[in-house]
Design a protein around this ligand. Structure first.
Ligand code: AMP
Length: 429
């Protein structure tokens, strides 16, 4: 997969529409982490420095689609109103509409524009609409080396519906489209895919890095190639395991999903997480790994708790021997040794998902040990998923990891070998 990036096209004097991921965590109107904003700066700075007129676009949260023409109550809200006595219906309708209108204050991108300006020296204006008069006027007024951030693109329902007219309107503001929002690249929305039908489309540096590292590992990995998969459910990772089993030398399984594999083979798992309807699948994956000569490592011991609680009574058990009344919440010390050893000689490592309930300090040891092993391995390492990334960052290992993927769902779909519409639509080199 070799997609054109901003460096492969002329941007001087062009109006460039950049889809970013500014979906930052907010509390009471204040940004609590601006990591995603900082992540977007290299592409934006490159464009500004090369004389582009930059139009920035992003979504934030899950707003009511208050800008959609004819916006009104949702079906559910209408039902609730209809169930009320007639004399209360008008007030209830107004209350629902007022609540929706509140999103304009709580999910506006205005604070993002302010933060961008702190980093970019006041070069960014903010448009209070998306394709409306304010956006059009501000785009028309852009000079080379300036940017405008449009309002939350999901305020318009046509964004997520990939409405053709809406996508055409977005495209009409620009000469070139740049996708730098990996986190939404697996969705065919108007600002990620629809727009590419009307103007040339290339990637920004964030998506370029995702493609280079993850695409490179999947297409042409250096061996030994080790995949480490954890997290709550087997069902979330089936696609990834199935795709990777054809490419890797070793698969390491941790987290809640391990217990389904252990129970499927007749092990005792107490109250641990388990998906009984996935037993057949678990057994067939184990068989496939065996047939292909892929090492499939499951925990050999666990740290267990009497309740899903950091401070509940705890014990260690061998795998498949979780005592009645207990649940496995982390891998145990023998498993840590086994997994650390398996990661040691790797040349390529992909890790997604914690080894246990890493939010609980008493059950974070497995995840921390794997983070340490991946950081120490010297392998080309790719880490994805909130908990694994958090463990890497908490331990200060981020600079020892080759690539930390920025997209949760998008990373998984990439590892599943799926086509991501927001990337497929970009021009090939
Ligand atoms: P995922 O989003 O699939 O990567 O799963 C992450 C979640 O899995 C985290 O919230 C963990 O607390 C949870 N998890 C990991 N191991 C276990 C376990 N043994 N039992 C219950 N939950 C777990």
């Amino acid at each position: 997969m070799n997609k054109k990036s901003v460096k492969d096209v002329e941007v001087q004097g062009k109006r460039v529409f950049v889809r970013c991921d500014f979906n930052v965590p907010m509390k009471d109107g204040v940004i609590t982490s601006d990591k995603r904003i900082r992540g977007a700066l290299p592409t934006i700075e490159y464009l500004l420095q090369h004389g582009a007129k930059v139009i920035l676009c992003s979504h934030m949260g899950k707003p009511h689609n208050i800008f959609t023409p004819g916006f009104g109550l949702t079906k559910k809200e209408k039902k609730k109103v209809a169930a009320l006595p007639e004399n209360e219906q008008a007030a209830a309708t107004e209350a629902f509409l007022a609540k929706a209108a509140g999103d304009r204050d709580s999910l506006t991108l205005k604070p993002v524009a302010d933060r961008l300006n702190e980093y970019l020296g006041g070069k960014v204006t903010f448009a209070s609409d998306i394709i409306g008069p304010d956006a059009k006027a501000k785009v028309a007024a852009l000079k080379e080396g300036e940017a405008v951030l449009l309002e939350n693109v999901r305020f318009d329902a046509r964004e997520e519906k990939n409405g053709e007219d809406f996508a055409r309107e977005l495209a009409s503001m620009a000469d070139l489209f740049v996708n730098d929002a990996f986190g939404t690249a697996h969705r065919a929305h108007a600002s990620t895919e629809g727009i590419t039908h009307f103007i040339p489309a290339v990637c920004g540096f964030l998506i370029e890095k995702e493609i280079t590292f993850m695409g490179g590992a999947l297409e042409n990995p250096e061996h030994p190639f080790v995949a480490i998969l954890g997290g709550a459910k087997v069902s979330d990772k089936i696609g990834v395991i199935t795709n990777l089993i054809d490419k890797v030398d070793t698969i390491i399984i941790g987290g809640g999903m391990a217990y389904t594999f252990i129970a499927a083979q007749g092990g005792k798992i107490g109250h641990s997480l388990c998906e009984e309807d996935k037993f057949d699948l678990a057994l067939s994956l184990l068989k496939k790994a065996k047939d292909k000569g892929v090492k499939f490592l499951l925990p050999v011991d666990n740290k267990c708790a009497k309740a899903y609680d950091n401070d509940a009574e705890s014990c260690f058990s061998a795998a498949g021997e979780v005592p009645d009344g207990f649940m496995g919440l982390d891998i145990g010390p023998e498993t840590i040794k086994l997994y650390t050893e398996a990661i040691k000689g790797a040349k390529t490592v992909i890790w997604n998902g914690p080894m246990g309930v890493s939010e609980f300090s008493n059950y974070a040891a497995g995840t921390r040990a794997v983070a340490q092993a991946v950081a120490d391995s010297g392998a080309l390492s790719i880490v994805g998923g909130g908990d694994s990334t958090a463990a890497i960052e908490a331990l200060g290992f981020a600079d020892k990891i080759s690539h930390i993927s920025t997209g949760g769902g998008a990373s998984l779909e990439f590892l599943e070998g799926k086509v991501l519409p927001g990337i497929a639509a970009l021009q090939d080199k």
